[in-house]
Write a protein that binds this ligand. Structure first.
Ligand code: MTE
Length: 396
């Protein structure tokens, strides 16, 4: 049985890039500096790492199997080499933790959870088999919302163990309709950016559910179960739900809200930080914008006067400089990068807000989306900058 590390054994963690900002050591949660997000594909080393327990070890890949069972006629155990024989797909998709930008939300009112700046998000090329193809092997046809034995959800159960599940495995589910839809591009991924998935990101096999909060993209897959009701695990029922600002820890009713799936439209400035001293002249305002559910980014607006006036940023998906407009929204699950070169006044707040292809817009204030778990902070992203004085310029 792989994954021998228990829920509190952190003695066998993999090496990580020293520049990552560690938000919690055990379990390991870390994000890169925001400037690492200015390239279209996020290098593996700089991709955020979000864990709920120790990283499991699968050292005997020959004996590793994923079992597929539950409400299926012909359950199966499948090896990595068998999964690799299925048609391979490369899907460029942005993975975003629902807690991205939580630190900023906690400044309004206290929230519970690991603090994150704007980099609990990354964009990678994931390589693997489509879940829809894998499910056909157990007799579930494409584009169906119910299996022959009445299953309506697909549960992913991992190898890692976490406290929230009382020492049991991390798990989550998605509707069968999504899992069996080839267009939804749900993958069982064994590659990230053309390389074998590493331990931190789910070696040997993980789920990638594009357009959906990262919590559903289960790493270190052990079992797939076809079930009638949604997964009853902690992270589906008692976490990762969006509550209104009026709900607090005394009056919370977890069953009153649905498990969060698609993420809303989001953007962040990554070329500047609060109180960056910028040289007189033009300033580059660049970052990422991303929408869940396969919606593209229609527009990114930039303001250099605190939101009184706006200009539209250039957008691109390939990272080409100068930005091309003809390569937009080709990768429907991926972020777009944006850039605007602007004059800034002496002391100002620069703002980015994105609009998706359904014309959903980021909300102006964090207060209106505040929630006790601090998820989905998609409020306008603001950075305060100052123009450097002549004295300071010599140090820039
Ligand atoms: N899968 C397992 N087995 N255990 C986990 O702790 N964390 C989830 C998800 N899948 C998690 C998991 C969360 S909350 C996120 S945001 C993503 O993995 C993060 O994936 P990454 O670490 O590859 O960036």
């Amino acid at each position: 049985m792989p994954g021998l590390t228990g829920p509190s054994d952190y003695s066998k963690e993999p090496p990580r890039h020293p520049s990552l900002k560690i938000n919690s050591k055990e379990p390991f949660n870390a994000e890169p500096h925001r400037t690492a997000l200015l390239s279209y594909i996020t290098p593996v080393d700089f991709f955020y790492k979000r864990n709920h327990g120790p990283i499991p070890i699968v050292d005997d890949i020959e004996s590793y199997r994923v079992s597929i069972g539950g409400l299926v006629k012909n359950p199966l155990e499948i090896s990595i080499s068998e999964i690799r024989k299925l048609p391979k797909y490369n899907v460029i998709a942005t993975l975003q933790c629902a807690g991205n930008r939580r630190t900023e939300m906690s400044k309004t009112r206290k929230v519970r959870g690991v603090g994150w700046d704007v980099a609990a998000v990354g964009n990678a090329k994931w390589g693997g088999a489509k879940l829809a193809d894998v499910l056909e092997l157990v007799g579930i046809s494409k584009n169906t919302s119910s299996s022959p034995l009445g299953g309506k959800h697909v549960e992913f159960i991992s190898i890692d163990k976490c406290k929230e599940e009382n020492g049991g495995p991390y798990k989550a589910s998605i509707p069968l309709r999504q899992a069996t839809n080839p267009e939804a591009d749900v993958l069982l991924a064994y590659e990230m950016n053309g390389e074998t998935l590493n331990r931190d990101h789910g070696y040997p096999l993980r789920v990638i559910v594009p357009g959906v909060i990262g919590a559903r993209s289960v790493k270190w897959l052990d079992r797939i179960s076809i079930i009638e009701e949604e997964c009853q695990g902690f992270f589906m029922q008692k976490d990762y739900k969006m509550f209104p600002p009026s709900v607090n820890w005394d009056n919370i009713d977890w069953s009153s809200r649905k498990a969060q799936m698609d993420f809303p439209v989001q953007s962040a400035i990554c070329s500047l930080e609060d109180v960056d001293f910028v040289k007189p002249g033009k300033v580059t305002v660049a970052g990422y914008a991303v929408a869940g559910g396969g919606r593209g980014i229609e527009r990114v607006d930039i303001s250099v006067d605190g939101g009184k006036t706006w200009i539209e940023a250039q957008r691109c998906q390939t990272g080409n400089i100068p930005y091309q407009s003809d390569d937009l929204n080709n990768d429907k699950w991926a972020w777009v990068l944006f850039k605007a070169v602007v004059d800034v006044p002496e002391r100002t707040v620069i703002i980015a807000k994105a609009v998706d292809t359904a014309s959903n817009v980021q909300p102006e204030n964090v207060e209106v989306v505040w929630n006790l778990r601090g998820i989905l902070n998609t409020s306008w992203h603001k950075v305060q900058v100052r123009r450097a004085s002549q004295v300071a310029i010599s140090n820039l």
